[in-house]
Write a new protein. Structure first.
Length: 622
């Protein structure tokens, strides 16, 4: 291929040394930077160099992100790289690290924020969100902004945090650079378009004197390649990107690693009302690494029986070709691997109602019927809708246009790499239930639960969670609250601390339905207690007593000791259900601080907020 490349052998080697072994986060930064360079080439004929980013006359841009699992942060970092390459001076902050007093001085603002739970901002964005919606927020006349919301359209309050930021900034007098964008779980394309449009909207503000440095109109193709390579290298080093000691293959959401199944063990006891599995997968040869708190992404396929039923109901040809977001497939293959046919959302119903010309479906979607719509969405899927509201004979492309992309499923990693080299463990609760006359199966959970050990493999990648990490101080006490499969990351936490001989104390709160059948990893916890790796364990089994007892009740009962641990510098972690458990634990924590600290609820609430600001109270909730 050398004869077709403008790069010399030495340049190819330098480029290879730079990109080999980069993490997904680092590659996202590089993609953004190169996209900015590519835009410069299209407009001027010359690649931008690092020198252009130091232009003193360039406008100052502030990029803020609120991120629970890292996606909004990734988008913000890509936006920064593109803006820098376009000649702007850029500051990038997590909302939790941003000094609100700066707001009235930052006149160009890009905001990327995700939504969690029932329309709430991420934990690290809560303080800034509250400040912005308080009387302390300044007037922002003269400020220009753009907001990208990240969310999941299957939730009623889709991208609500982004909507709230957009509305409030405008109410304070700021002017929109462009209309707010609400991106669904398949956010990549919309995020890229938002970045492109934001940069274009900002360009008229850029000083005319900002010129591409380090290249001339007479530069040859090879000379341009050298400038690009040099700027790429310098910018990568400035951004903290190092080269790997050796080349490693890279696997991602779009290019997963086929991980062989080592073990598939049923954790639930006989007679349990749940079905929970422990899976161990090999990462040997992948080069994939992870930290406790990270998640394993599983690239899934829909159930073949459901796909065939849907195609038959629609009276479509399963072998008809259709163009997806990135390839051309048969309709059956597209329904199997490219599109979500199980999760209902308002967006799907609105599109399908137009195709079906259904008055009844349109009525369900009309204002005032929110409760009825919410009830309808529960326990139904796409097949239910097309059966209940049959459309005229549809073309495959028409129906495909109503669907959103099938997304990987994320599972909290239940192992420490230090304790399990080249392997990863996950805890999977299989979802099986009957609803509206049909048996339902979780797309990923039943696939994983039913997978055979011999010869089977699972396409996976690592999803880093930057907001759910063990303390750097190995002496710091740790309190972990994880009922049900929320126990998974805490198994990884304790494995890691034991493997590294961390001297800090560890306290686990675990709950489920029944002690006899649902005490997940019981023997391991008992061994950890015996070995001293687990200092304390408190259990709550809700169906073993007449009065249901949950982890938040145990937290209250142990309030004195919990407060003492926190006063000693303990880090507190919560994993599991966001709608009920996490909210109840949060309320219980405030009450414990109020009672044990002898302070008002307002002071106790501020104490908990301080824990969050200091990253001593972290949540992985869903």
């Amino acid at each position: 291929m050398q004869e077709t490349s403008p790069l010399t052998v030495a340049q190819v080697q330098l480029l290879s040394q730079l990109v080999d072994g980069l993490s997904a986060e680092q590659m996202a930064w590089v993609r953004g930077f190169l996209a900015g360079i590519n835009q410069s080439v299209r407009q001027t004929g010359h690649p931008a160099t690092v020198a252009s980013t130091a232009n003193a006359s360039a406008p100052q841009l502030m990029i803020l992100y609120g991120s629970q699992t890292g996606h909004a942060q990734e988008v913000a970092e890509r936006a920064k790289a593109r803006a820098v390459a376009a000649g702007f001076k850029v500051d990038l902050f997590a909302m939790g690290d941003y000094k609100a007093s700066r707001l009235k001085h930052d006149k160009l603002l890009l905001v990327a924020v995700s939504t969690q739970g029932e329309g709430e901002p991420p934990d690290d964005a809560r303080d800034f969100y509250d400040f912005l919606h308080s009387d302390k927020a300044p007037q922002l006349d003269g400020t220009r902004f753009a907001v990208l919301g990240l969310g999941d359209s299957s939730y009623e309050k889709f991208c609500q945090a982004g909507k709230d930021f957009d509305t409030r900034l405008a109410a304070l007098g700021a002017e929109r650079l462009l209309a707010r964008v609400d991106s669904d779980v398949d956010y990549d394309t919309q995020a890229e378009r938002w970045i492109d449009e934001a940069i274009e909207a900002l360009k008229p503000l850029e000083q005319a004197s900002t010129q591409v440095a380090g290249s001339t109109a007479e530069a040859s193709a090879a000379g341009n390649a050298v400038s690009l390579l040099d700027s790429f290298t310098l910018a990568a080093l400035a951004g903290g990107i190092g080269t790997a000691a050796k080349a490693e293959p890279q696997y991602s959401r779009k290019h997963p690693f086929d991980a062989p199944v080592l073990e598939n063990i049923t954790l639930s006891g006989r007679g349990s009302s749940k079905e929970v599995h422990h899976l161990e997968l090999s990462l040997e040869g992948s080069g994939l690494t992870y930290e406790p708190g990270d998640a394993l992404g599983v690239v899934v396929k829909n159930d073949a029986r459901l796909v065939d039923e849907l195609i038959d109901t629609l009276a479509l040809d399963p072998q008809a070709t259709t163009t997806t977001h990135d390839s051309t497939l048969s309709l059956r293959d597209a329904f199997l691997s490219a599109y979500d046919i199980t999760t209902l959302s308002r967006a799907f119903l609105e599109k399908y109602a137009a195709l079906a010309e259904s008055t009844e479906l349109r009525s369900l979607l009309s204002a005032g019927n929110e409760t009825a719509l919410r009830d309808y969405l529960v326990g139904r899927d796409v097949l239910d809708v097309v059966r209940q509201f049959p459309a005229r004979k549809l073309k495959a492309a028409e129906f495909v246009g109503t669907l959103r992309t099938l997304q990987p499923r994320l599972y909290s990693i239940a192992s420490s790499l230090a304790a399990n080299p080249e392997a990863v463990h996950i805890t999977v609760g299989a979802v099986r239930y009957d609803s509206h006359g049909r048996t339902r199966r979780g797309v990923a959970s039943t696939y994983l639960a039913d997978i055979a050990r011999a010869g089977a493999s699972v396409p996976v990648y690592i999803e880093a969670n930057r907001n759910f990490k063990l303390p750097q101080d190995a002496h710091a006490p740790v309190i972990m609250i994880g009922p049900g499969t929320g126990i998974a990351p805490f198994r990884a936490f304790v494995e890691e601390r034991q493997a590294l001989d961390a001297p800090g104390k560890n306290w686990l709160f675990f709950g489920d339905r029944n002690f006899r059948t649902d005490f997940l990893y019981q023997r391991e916890w008992q061994r950890y207690v015996k070995d001293g790796a687990l200092t304390k364990i408190d259990l709550a089994f809700s169906r073993d007593t007449e009065d249901k007892v949950y982890v938040q009740h145990r937290l209250r009962e142990q309030g004195k000791a919990v407060y003492e641990w926190l006063q000693e510098g303990a880090f507190l972690y919560v994993c599991g259900d966001a709608a009920h458990m996490a909210r109840d634990v949060h309320t219980a924590l405030i009450d414990v601080i109020e009672e044990q600290g002898g302070v008002s609820q307002e002071v106790a609430t501020e104490y908990v907020k301080t824990l969050q600001r200091e990253k001593r109270y972290q949540r992985d909730v869903y």
